[in-house]
Design a protein. Structure first.
Length: 267
């Protein structure tokens, strides 16, 4: 599981620091996982040679998606040693190391992948993610922008860049990139969640409510959307509907929603 802990200051916010961090961790995890790894790592097994680089790579990909990260990383070391010029090997290892929290080496492997194949937006996206995880937000912004020059129709790149702009204190720029991501893929709920966060920071609570409602129309049991819609409703004075959201979110396991239910709705 990715561990991206982000602390931000919310204008007029009643979010607790714990709630902020958990929210962004959840969102960024979803963002990364939304990138279907099967698109990138699909080399077949080499049945004839169990010790081939290709076999190590395929086994590592399976172990990675199964959550066996250390085993996967060791397999990729063997694959890279056998064939050190395969960009997809460095890409997979970058994702594995990022999951392990080794952000420094994750960035190095992503950089190597880009060096070997500089015109692939997916590799630049990977590099942007690793730099974001390493809290090099400006560097991540640059990589996403480079990738968009290659393919300006990739909604994941706009979403990724939106988060970097938010971290670089450019909420309006973040809002614009979330808008573009949604324009390209109107059903992409992660972008609505991110845009809701930015709208909240800007004090645009009704717009934030609309974003979270867009998520809930597609995922009625999204605990994050329920909780943060409740917070946004509370800011507009709509305590009754806010408490309904807190109650639903708490039943789905959101601890902060239970606290809000107790502190706000039991009076």
């Amino acid at each position: 599981m990715f561990r991206v802990f982000i602390v931000f200051c919310v204008l007029g916010s009643i979010f607790s620091l714990k709630a902020q961090t958990q929210y962004l961790k959840d969102i960024k995890t979803d963002t990364i996982l939304a990138n279907d790894k099967d698109i990138f790592f699909t080399l077949p097994y080499d049945i004839a040679d169990e010790n081939s680089a290709n076999r190590y790579f395929s086994d590592a990909n399976y172990q990675y998606k199964s959550g066996n990260l250390i085993y996967a990383a060791n397999l990729m070391k063997k694959a890279i040693k056998k064939q050190p010029n395969r960009y997809e090997y460095y890409q997979l290892q970058a994702y594995i190391l990022m999951d392990l929290g080794d952000n420094k080496n994750s960035v190095k492997h992503a950089q190597r992948a880009v060096l070997l194949h500089p015109d692939d937006w997916k590799l630049l996206y990977c590099l942007g993610l690793t730099k974001y995880a390493a809290k090099d937000f400006l560097g991540a912004n640059i990589e996403y922008s480079r990738a968009l020059e290659i393919d300006p129709a990739q909604y994941l790149l706009y979403e990724g860049r939106a988060y970097t702009k938010f971290e670089l204190n450019d909420p309006l720029g973040a809002l614009n990139d979330f808008d573009l991501a949604i324009m390209i893929k109107p059903t992409y709920i992660k972008a609505y969640l991110g845009r809701g966060k930015v709208n909240y920071k800007l004090g645009k609570y009704r717009e934030a409510i609309a974003d979270y409602t867009s998520v809930l129309l597609r995922e009625p049991e999204n605990a994050n959307a329920l909780y943060f819609r409740g917070i946004s409703r509370k800011m507009t004075g709509d305590v009754i509907n806010a408490c309904q959201d807190f109650e639903k979110s708490s039943k789905l396991g959101r601890a902060e929603a239970f606290k809000e239910l107790k502190n706000t709705c039991s009076k």
